[in-house]
Design a protein around this ligand. Structure first.
Ligand SMILES: C[S@@+](CC[C@H](N)C(=O)[O-])C[C@H]1O[C@@H](n2cnc3c(N)ncnc32)[C@H](O)[C@@H]1O
Length: 244
């Protein structure tokens, strides 16, 4: 029988080029990311978190999920498997590039974020980069978390996507607010000259996987026409609180 494609441990994650990824995906703030950012911001602002221990899983080369946690965090752990992305993340935690300023500008449209005058300095204070796999996260450790474009994009194995979501939710304390974003219908993606695998997820299976470990779940599907990026149908943002 033909293999559906590589599993997570078969992919050369250390060859992921964070600069190329950022250039391609985040150099300009696109309308789909803006919408996900706005919704995630409003969700965490309404969650009334204070002094929270937060996590962003599979941070790769994207800071905006971590920015949505910043005003409420006493710590943000950026958990990532790829050594090249870990190196990139450490430079960004020390003082992030101006490219992320427009993303923070979207955040400060909400008063809970506007109250934070120096987000760069705050991230340097609370951010910590950890080289770890989503599959090895400890249980019930964080008060809030984000995981963006990871479950769909870490292998071609559907079971691993489901497992990644379950592990992420289980890593949060019971009742913890979270935001998970995935690409639907992804056929894989290129980063610089390299190709990385993906699973063509369907909305119903993602929502069922989240609902198995969460309550108060909300779902938003962002379908820009024409698509803003190659190789996927839409973006799905789910927010909610973990059952524990
Ligand atoms: C498509 S990128 C998403 C990056 C970023 N979160 C974003 O929003 O653009 C997938 C990320 O998952 C990371 N990754 C792959 N396998 C992983 C694993 N087992 N645990 C944690 N992260 C992993 C990759 O290195 C990469 O940074």
């Amino acid at each position: 029988m033909q293999s559906p494609g590589p599993v997570n441990t078969e992919v050369e994650w250390d060859r992921f080029d964070p600069q190329a990824y950022v250039r391609h995906n985040y150099a300009d703030l696109r309308s789909d990311d803006r919408e996900l950012l706005r919704r995630t911001r409003d969700f965490f602002a309404a969650a009334k978190l204070t002094d929270a221990r937060c996590v962003d899983v599979g941070s790769g080369a994207n800071l905006y999920p971590a920015l949505t946690l910043l005003p409420f965090a006493r710590a943000i752990d950026l958990c990532e498997l790829s050594t090249s992305n870990v190196r990139w993340l450490r430079t960004q935690v020390d003082g992030y590039d101006e490219l992320w300023d427009p993303y923070w500008q979207v955040c400060v449209e909400h008063p809970a974020y506007a109250a934070l005058s120096d987000p760069r300095q705050r991230l340097a204070q609370v951010g910590q980069v950890c080289r770890t796999s989503v599959f090895d996260l400890p249980q019930h450790t964080w008060d809030a978390g984000t995981m963006f474009f990871v479950a769909c994009s870490i292998s071609a194995d559907r079971a691993e996507a489901e497992h990644a979501v379950a592990r992420f939710l289980r890593a949060l304390r019971p009742g913890a607010p979270f935001a998970v974003a995935v690409m639907l219908g992804s056929v894989g993606y290129r980063v610089g000259l390299r190709s990385f695998p993906a699973v063509a997820l369907h909305r119903a299976e993602v929502v069922a996987g989240i609902a198995a470990g969460a309550y108060d779940v909300t779902v938003h599907e962002e379908r820009p026409r024409p698509p803003l990026r190659d190789g996927y149908q839409s973006m799905l943002l789910t927010t909610g609180r973990t059952r524990g």
